[in-house]
Structures are given as C-alpha cells and as structure tokens.
Unconditional design. Structure first.
Length: 208
C-alpha cells in the first residue's frame, strides 16, 4: 500500500512538472512568434501541437496559414485549426470558419464553426457571423434578426469599425428586426467553451 501511495505521488508530481514545462514552452513559443523569430516558434510549438495542446495547434496553424517559418500551406493550417477547434479553442474555430467562408469552400460548415467561436465571445467571429447573415450566402439564408444580434454583440465595446458596420447593416433592415435582434443580444450569455458534438468531432478527425 505504501508503495502504491509513493507511486501515485510520484506520478502526480511528474504530470505536474510536465504540465508546467509545456506551459513554459508555449509561452516561449508565443514570445518568439511575437518577436518574429518564427524558426524558434515553430521548433517549440510543433511538439506541443503534436501532443494535443490546443493553443500550440492554433499557433502552428497560423504559421502555416501565413507562411511564417514554413512554406505557406493552407491545408496544413486547416489541419491544425480543426484539431484545436474540436477541443473548443475559440480562436481556432474563428480561423477555421473564416477559411471555409472566404473561398466559399463550405459556407454552412464555416458558419457552424464561427457560431461556436462567437458563442464564446470572440468579437471577430461575431462580426463575421453577423455579416454572413445580413448578406445571405450559399446554403445560409439571409436572417436580419440574427445579423443584428451578432453585430450588436461585436459592437458592444464601441470600437468604431464594428459600430460602423452595425449602422450599415441596420440601414438594410426594418425597425422591428432591429428590435428583435437587440433583444436577443441583451439576453445573450457567453459560453465558457463551445465544442462540436461527438459525431461532428469524429467527422472532422476523419477529414484530416
């Protein structure tokens, strides 16, 4: 029994040290990225991403998306964004959703990921989701009330860009639709995390 307790204590201490080491490596990778030392950022983020660290996966995906320290590779970027997004990382969900939208690769899939990010309070995801609903795209009917709701949430910090976009959208919809959208926005609460269903996560893994 004593040996079991000793082993459990050792295992817990070991896992704690591994966790702290991973966190330190991630911070080092982020600092290197901010300093445009992409070679170091790549070296330190890659093993963490391969071990399943969602933040490292986002960082690695960004580098592949922008061609920073590696050859630009959108497919690799999407691969890393997908595995991070499936863990509930809001930044990865936004970036993944954006990639699905911009080339009009899969609009409904893009909106689904954007919504998961927007539900966590990601301002850019809220804005892009609102723009999608105000315009209406292939597979996503125009929905002025949803557009008003998400654009209101994006503009809540009174940044000029988002406020201007909200005003442009409101010029295209009725007062009743504006009122309904604002009511939804007022009642909205952010989620601590938002992840796809188990079925969806499995489907995403199969696409990689």
């Amino acid at each position: 029994m004593k040996s079991l307790r000793t082993f459990s204590l050792f295992t817990s201490s070991f896992l704690l040290c591994v966790g702290l080491s991973a966190a330190a490596d991630l911070e080092s990778a982020k600092r290197a990225y901010e300093q445009k030392d992409y070679a170091t950022a790549l070296k330190e983020s890659t093993p963490l991403a391969e071990q399943g660290n969602a933040d490292a996966q986002v960082l690695l995906g960004r580098m592949y998306l922008m061609g920073q320290g590696v050859l630009k590779d959108t497919d690799q970027a999407m691969k890393w964004f997908k595995v991070s997004a499936a863990q509930g990382n809001g930044d990865a969900q936004f970036l993944l959703g954006s990639l699905y939208l911009l080339p009009q690769k899969d609009i409904p899939e893009g909106v689904r990921w954007l919504r998961l990010s927007a539900e966590q309070g990601n301002q850019d995801a809220q804005y892009l989701l609102g723009k999608t609903y105000i315009q209406g795209l292939q597979g996503i009917p125009r929905d002025p009330v949803q557009a008003e709701m998400w654009l209101c949430l994006a503009a809540k910090n009174n940044l000029d860009f988002y406020q201007n976009e909200l005003r442009v959208a409101e010029a295209q919809i009725t007062p009743d639709q504006i009122t309904k959208g604002k009511t939804l926005a007022a009642a909205w609460k952010p989620k601590a995390t938002a992840t796809p269903t188990a079925k969806t996560a499995t489907q995403q893994a199969q696409k990689n």
